[in-house]
Write a protein that binds this ligand. Structure first.
Ligand code: ADP
Ligand code: MG
Length: 348
């Protein structure tokens, strides 16, 4: 723990700039942390002093770090049963876990029902095959290969969400199939950001922005008095520093994107990205990206993956059926499509 903290401290920087228009002497502060959820975390806030911001950003980092350790599927931490522990005990025994894991897994099981299985955290064995081929293909592009349909469908025999047995009273999770494993990559980041932001709000913070690898959650407004945050939707064809495809104005909402350009490898000149359709067991090519805007960042993360796996009309109907949830699709020809109520977020 100590060692990790020191590492974080080294990776942190603070920046302040006078905000003439903001009044009340508030300044803009920003901090970045590496190593949480395998991506870059940025915290921005307008505050009275550097000390106040340091307290705030450390609280955000520490809270996110706890979730990161609990939801990690690749690493074990001393004294913690996490999702990797659950996977390691598949078919063997129930594992006693923190309530925050029970909460995430119950949320994910409900997500499976609500989205007709478009997002399935029990897809672990299939996702692992893709993960391994992608990793090898990126290391050695000349010899990049696709997994065979046979290999994928064999793994798909061990992806039944009903074999995830949750006992809330005992606070245990048991994977009933020894061949199965959980992959919470589609939901954990957004869920953790949401819980962290809610805790910050409970503590009275009313003006901050948290981004974990582009999974954005606003706490209140830019000045604490209703001024919206400007959030860009990345242009899939340019790098992160390029002009955004569009800019939104939001207060206290979250914005999460799933895109085919975010993580992929190339086989015979064709790109294969990291979001897998549970029916074909292949990446789909319906769009370049889907962005969800709604209050809850856990819901936004889950929906971004689910809607990415739905044909446009099905996804649009689904989004329209959900209260206070909006979406933007960037189609393969770069046309931008909006859900019915999206307009209110567009920067004029
Ligand atoms: P990111 O995490 O890159 O921001 P997503 O939220 O869309 O993007 O999550 C993608 C991750 O979710 C993949 O890396 C993989 O671990 C997992 N995943 C991919 N396809 C599915 C699926 N159909 N159901 C559940 N999880 C998935
Ligand atoms: Mg997601």
């Amino acid at each position: 723990m100590k060692r990790i903290r020191a590492l974080f401290a080294a990776a942190v920087f603070f920046a302040g700039a006078l905000l003439a228009s903001c009044g009340a002497g508030k300044r803009r502060y920003e901090a970045q942390f590496l190593q949480l959820f395998d991506t870059v975390t940025t915290v921005v806030a307008y505050m009275d002093s550097r000390e106040e911001f340091e307290r705030f950003s450390e609280f955000i980092r520490d809270t996110l770090e706890e979730y990161h350790q609990l939801y990690d599927i690749y690493n074990q931490y001393e004294g913690i049963n996490n999702i990797m522990t659950i996977n390691d005990n598949a078919g063997a025994k129930p594992v006693k876990v923190d309530k925050r894991i029970i909460d995430l897994l119950e949320f994910s099981k409900k997500a499976y029902q609500d989205t007709n299985g478009r997002v399935n955290i029990a897809l672990g064995p299939v996702l692992r095959v893709w993960h391994d081929y992608r990793t090898r293909g990126i290391e050695d592009p000349e010899n990049a290969k696709l997994p065979s349909a046979d290999e994928l469908s064999k793994m798909n025999r061990h992806t039944d969400i009903n074999d995830v047995i949750i006992n809330r009273e005992e606070s245990t999770v048991y994977l009933a199939d020894p061949g199965m494993s959980l992959d919470v990559g589609a939901v954990a980041k957004g869920y953790a950001v949401e819980k962290t932001a809610q805790e910050a709000e409970r503590r009275g913070y009313n003006s901050a922005l948290i981004s974990v690898g582009g999974n954005v959650r606003a706490i209140g407004s830019k000045d604490g008095r209703g001024k919206p945050w400007n959030i860009g939707v990345e242009n899939p064809d340019s790098n992160q520093d390029g002009e955004p495809a569009l800019t939104m104005r939001i207060v206290g909402k979250s914005v999460v994107t799933s895109g085919s350009y975010q993580r992929y490898y190339t086989v015979d000149g064709k790109r294969y990205h990291h979001i897998i359709d549970p029916d074909t067991l292949m990446p789909l090519d319906y769009f370049k990206s889907v962005t969800i805007v709604c209050a809850d960042s856990g819901l936004a993360d889950m929906l971004s993956t689910a809607v990415f796996n739905m044909p446009y009309q099905e996804g649009a109907d689904y989004i329209d059926s959900l209260p206070d949830v909006e979406a933007v699709w960037i189609m393969n020809d770069n046309e931008i499509k909006y859900s019915k109520g999206f307009e209110r977020y567009l920067a004029k």
